[in-house]
Unconditional design. Structure first.
Length: 47
């Protein structure tokens, strides 16, 4: 029983880590898409 429980805990923690990575990646992509127009506008304004 202990082996099964520890295996479930390990798999659950791995899934949670994977979900955290996916959520973090999507947030980074959203931030890039949101900040891209501002950055391009600034570069055009400077040039």
């Amino acid at each position: 029983m202990r082996i099964v429980v520890s295996g479930l805990i390990i798999s659950a923690s791995l899934i949670a880590l994977h979900l955290d990575n996916v959520i973090g990646a999507t947030i980074q992509l959203k931030a890039m898409f949101i900040s891209a127009p501002f950055l391009s506008n600034r570069s055009y304004g400077v040039s």
